[in-house]
Design a protein around this ligand. Structure first.
Ligand code: R7I
Ligand code: MG
Ligand code: MG
Length: 318
């Protein structure tokens, strides 16, 4: 790992958030699309000596993190600039496993189509409700000042590629969950019911409130397979972000276990494990992520530098 000396708790949490995204994504990537993942296959992947390579989830999260670093409060999301930055990242490394809708939008943006039009035209004019807005949103939690602020910024960062409201609501939920996890006191047990009701207030939509009610009913009892059956585990935002929140709530103080739970649920494993890892490691700090995983992660130095810079933007109370 690239940490020099002991980071402050703020920096440790910021690093936890970004490294949680990256290692969840990279470990889950080998299983994306699997119906479910057995523990032994996952253990083999954990023991392998090969580099952990991340996918589009982390690549675009790092673009958003860099975007926030380059801007000063109070306008940390500039949609026009961010649209080009995201599209250029796809153009630079198109092989990282991008979703079909996002690929089409990036291609059109680079050819000069305004991002809003490209986003609205996607999926026959329906707009995307994929989880691509949610998968890249976690760094917003490091610069937001309240759940309302975080959800507003999250929607602005997501609409560029996800004009369908559910694509934006997924990003709002994940960003708000990351903000609450980051600001939770890792020294005390997490009040899971209070966490879910804060999230419910922030999402302001009956469908999403009902997803969160289902999460509440599954907390502490559901196996990964049962949770996937109930909540869904595919690449659509409404059927993936709730499972990531559940994976976090099953293991709020053990990010490695939250990631394993998400992967064992199958489906969109890179994305769901990435979102769950971001939440849990933002709460605990990076020191709870296995060093063996961090040592294998590609581009870890860059991830750490972005986290350290964003940590300096966090409000002192965090
Ligand atoms: O949201 P997006 O960037 O995809 C992210 C996923 C993650 O799993 C990444 O790891 C990567 O593998 O891709 O890309 P989109 O293509 O916009 O949305 C993802 C999927 O959601 C699509 O491929 C569709 O299956 C589904 N989807 C829709 N289907 C029908 N109509 C999203 N929106 C629609 C829609 O409006
Ligand atoms: Mg991916
Ligand atoms: Mg995925």
């Amino acid at each position: 790992m690239t940490t020099s000396g002991a980071p402050s708790q703020t920096a440790a949490k910021a690093r936890g958030l970004l490294f949680g995204v990256a290692v969840g994504d990279a470990l889950g990537a080998a299983f994306e699309g699997a119906h479910s993942v057995d523990g032994e296959r996952l253990a083999q992947q954990e023991r392998a000596a090969t580099q952990l390579r991340y996918t589009d989830d982390t690549a675009l999260t790092l673009v958003l993190a860099r975007h926030l670093v380059d801007r000063q409060h109070p306008v940390p999301v500039d949609e026009d600039a961010l649209a080009l930055e995201l599209a250029r990242e796809w153009q630079r490394e198109p092989w990282r496993g991008y979703g079909m809708g996002s690929r089409e939008i990036f291609e059109r943006v680079l050819r000069g189509t305004p991002w809003r039009k490209a986003s609205e035209d996607c999926f026959g004019g329906e707009g995307s409700y994929g989880n691509g807005g949610a998968m890249r949103v976690a760094p917003i939690a490091l610069v937001g000042t309240s759940p309302a602020h975080v959800t507003e910024l999250a929607a602005r960062s997501a609409v560029i590629t996800h004009s369908h409201l559910h694509g934006q609501r997924g990003a709002m939920l994940q960003a708000c969950a990351a903000f609450l996890a980051l600001n939770s006191d890792g020294g005390k047990p997490l009040d899971k019911a209070a966490f879910l009701s804060q999230l419910s207030r922030a999402v302001e939509h009956t469908d999403w409130r009902s997803h969160l009610d289902q999460v509440h009913a599954l907390v502490d009892t559901a196996s990964p397979a049962f949770a996937a059956e109930r909540l869904g585990n595919d690449a659509a935002a409404p059927t993936s972000v709730p499972l990531a929140v559940l994976a976090f709530l099953q293991h709020p103080d053990q990010p490695a276990e939250a990631i394993r739970y998400a992967i064992r649920a199958g489906g969109d494993t890179d994305t769901i494990a990435s979102m769950a890892g971001a939440l849990a490691a933002a709460r605990t700090g990076v020191q709870e992520l296995p060093t063996a995983w961090l040592d294998r992660l590609e581009n870890a130095e860059h991830v750490g530098e972005l986290a350290d810079t964003l940590a300096t933007r966090m409000a002192p109370s965090q």
